[in-house]
Design a binder for this molecule. Structure first.
Ligand SMILES: [Zn+2]
Length: 493
């Protein structure tokens, strides 16, 4: 048998041979030196030395890890057009830039540009399903542009329709929006799903009620930023619960700054939490509620939130989540003078959350694990040129702490090869780059050069902070008699 490194041709069965297979099934089965056979859009079989149909193409998975395609349940994909721009933002600065000052400037083509790049980036990183938390759809034209961009990339996406520039009770009442939502719901072909995305402020008059009613009437799940310090809190959860809008399909993003009462309401109504740890750590929503989801038995998925700040891959999300939880566990103990001897959050947890956890959150029992009959969304992590690729001893640890997007060798969505040999298949970045360049050019001009620069590099009010007195100074540079000649050389004087 030859191990061709040619891109497999469509229309023939495919087998990934000899890998460490993380099935992510209900028993967390891990198989070593095992195969995954794919026929059409489905997983046909998983196991050692599989017999395969005549004409099956083979991908060498030896030394690699085969796992389900990863699932991101919350990403503002339109913001990828401004990748890295907000690296030093607080959440307040983010709100000011998008919600108050410049978000309205985005045209449909700008939404499309960000979405297309984010969608491609997902596939490259082995994220086969991404929820586009698209909350700047100021008109239905923006919505259509978002949708067209997602449809132009061969991944699975959920358009979570939203609009921060108006109240959710306003835009959900727009007949044009409703008809787009209905079309999306009815067209649901397994490649494109739909959610309604808005936040609940906790206003006692509960103006969001009308939007929840539309979602219920249309049978479309709601996704909401909950428990975000200074923005949303327990009042929003309570209002949703008292009005009967907390359902198993509801996704609570962040859910950081909440009390026990809210976690219990979420647990009791079966909804899930989307943990976006890189975001929670640096923007200030609160601590990622990893301890609470374990304590209260709440289903959980992972998300990256936005590439205006952070990475768009689940390796980073998994790593950040482990680090943040472990940090909290250690610090809680240190405050009591104790030492942690056993960690509560394991590498296996975060790999589960990034795969089957995401599938559960989206109500998809046909993705998220490698089992016969499931959709063939498959990732092969293999990089023979990397010194980090061996030995593979703890496969979950390898995925969560050692691997990165460049190690993603092969990605299949719905049985279709979209990345192979570390390269995207059939995707030309040239036009995508030009589309982004033209959006950036437009935004710079619309904002003005000065506002654009100031937005990217927020001023530092503490820049002149006093340097603390250090009692341990052993060299007095001002005292010539104590100054050694060497110091001058080191300091370049
Ligand atoms: Zn978000």
């Amino acid at each position: 048998m030859t191990h061709s490194e040619q891109v497999p041709v469509p229309g023939r069965p495919l087998v990934l041979r000899g890998g460490t297979v993380l099935t992510m099934d209900a028993s967390s089965t891990v198989l070593t030196d095992a195969d995954v056979l794919i026929v059409d859009d489905r997983i046909e079989a998983v196991g050692p030395q599989l017999d395969v149909p005549e004409g099956t193409q083979e991908i060498d998975a030896r030394g690699g890890i085969v796992m389900p395609g990863m699932i991101d349940t919350h990403r503002h994909m339109w913001q990828t057009a401004m990748r890295g721009y907000g690296a030093d933002w607080t959440l307040t600065q983010y709100f000011v830039w998008y919600y108050l000052e410049h978000g309205k400037k985005f045209r449909p083509q700008d939404i499309a540009a960000g979405n297309r790049l984010a969608a491609i980036e997902s596939l490259d990183a082995g994220v086969t399903t991404t929820v586009d938390w698209s909350h700047n759809l100021q008109t239905v034209d923006h919505g259509e542009a978002a949708l067209d961009a997602l449809r132009s990339v061969p991944g699975r996406f959920v358009l979570a329709y939203g609009n921060i520039q108006a109240g959710p009770w306003e835009w959900t009442a727009d007949p044009a929006v409703r008809s787009l939502l209905e079309r999306l719901r009815d067209d649901a072909d397994g490649r494109m799903g739909v959610q309604i995305a808005f936040d609940v402020t906790g206003d006692p008059s509960f103006p969001e009620k009308a939007a929840f009613e539309v979602a219920r009437e249309l049978s479309i799940p709601v996704t909401t930023h909950a428990g975000v310090w200074g923005a949303t809190n327990d009042d929003g959860i309570r209002l949703m619960h008292e009005n009967g809008f907390m359902t198993p399909e509801t996704v609570y993003v962040h859910a950081s700054t909440l009390t026990r009462d809210s976690y219990q309401r979420i647990a009791a109504t079966g909804g899930s939490i989307s943990v976006a740890t890189e975001s929670e750590c640096s923007a200030g929503q609160g601590h990622a509620p990893t301890e609470q989801v374990l304590q209260y038995g709440i289903p959980v998925s992972l998300s990256v939130d936005t590439s205006v700040w952070w990475s768009g891959d689940m390796f980073s999300a998994m790593r950040a989540t482990l680090n943040a939880d472990r940090m909290a566990q250690h610090m809680d103990a240190h405050l009591k003078g104790d030492t942690i001897t056993h960690l509560r959050l394991r590498a296996q947890h975060v790999v589960e959350w990034a795969t089957r956890g995401g599938a559960h959150a989206l109500g998809r029992d046909d993705i998220g694990s490698l089992e016969p009959g499931k959709k063939a969304d498959v990732v092969l992590i293999r990089n023979d040129d990397s010194p980090v690729s061996f030995p593979v001893l703890h496969p979950y640890g390898q995925v969560a702490f050692q691997a990165q997007r460049g190690d993603v060798h092969t990605v299949l969505v719905d049985g279709r090869v979209v990345k192979f040999g570390h390269k995207l298949v059939g995707i030309d970045l040239g036009p995508v780059r030009r589309e982004i360049e033209s959006t950036i050019e437009y935004l710079k001009e619309a904002c003005g050069e000065e506002a654009w620069q100031q937005g990217m590099f927020p001023e530092m009010p503490d820049a002149e902070a006093e340097i603390l007195q250090n009692p341990y100074q052993y060299t007095d540079y001002k005292d010539e008699s104590k100054r050694a000649g060497g110091v001058e050389r080191v300091l370049g004087r």
